[in-house]
Write a protein that binds this ligand. Structure first.
Ligand SMILES: CC(C)(COP(=O)(O)OP(=O)(O)OC[C@H]1O[C@@H](n2cnc3c(N)ncnc32)[C@H](O)[C@@H]1OP(=O)(O)O)[C@@H](O)C(=O)NCCC(=O)NCCS
Length: 119
């Protein structure tokens, strides 16, 4: 885990963001994600973002290990709900999340981009 940042929000609790990284033997980082946790007034939520395995390491179970690590961490942190989104055409990510005990919701996703960033 790296880059932990704790901020109290309006007396409700806190928010924190950190990166979780899985390393191959030799210490090479191969799969990682960003976790943001906060209390929304009812429950402790962990949002997962930027899930990525280095291209040449894909299809070898590294992201599955990453999701297991995230689940362990969420349990330790007494998180009530883990949330994430992915694109409807991202089959690898969907298999990853279905196989990691995540349930699909009927929610749709809205956003309004204020500043474009390079992909
Ligand atoms: C999605 C991603 C993180 C998966 O990482 P990974 O380390 O290859 O995943 P794993 O090897 O642990 O495999 C997880 C599941 O995805 C499946 N999978 C992996 N690559 C796949 C592909 N190209 N097509 C279809 N399924 C695939 C695996 O078979 C496995 O499913 P199974 O357990 O039912 O067999 C990786 O493809 C990636 O970094 N993609 C680009 C970034 C991205 O799209 N991130 C997700 C944003 S929400």
């Amino acid at each position: 885990m790296s880059k932990v940042c704790l901020v109290d929000i309006h007396g409700i609790g806190y928010t924190a963001a950190f990166k979780v990284t899985i390393r191959a033997p030799g210490g090479i980082p191969v799969s990682s994600c960003l976790c943001t946790i906060y209390h929304n007034g009812k429950a402790r939520v962990m949002w997962i973002d930027n899930v990525e395995t280095t291209e040449q390491y894909r299809g070898r179970g590294w992201a599955t290990r990453l999701m297991k690590e995230v689940l362990l961490l969420a349990t330790e942190l007494k998180i009530d709900s883990i949330e994430l989104i992915t694109n409807g055409d991202n089959l690898a990510a969907q298999r990853l999340y279905d196989g990691s005990g995540m349930e699909r919701t009927g929610k749709q996703h809205w956003r309004r981009i204020l500043n474009k960033w390079p992909i």
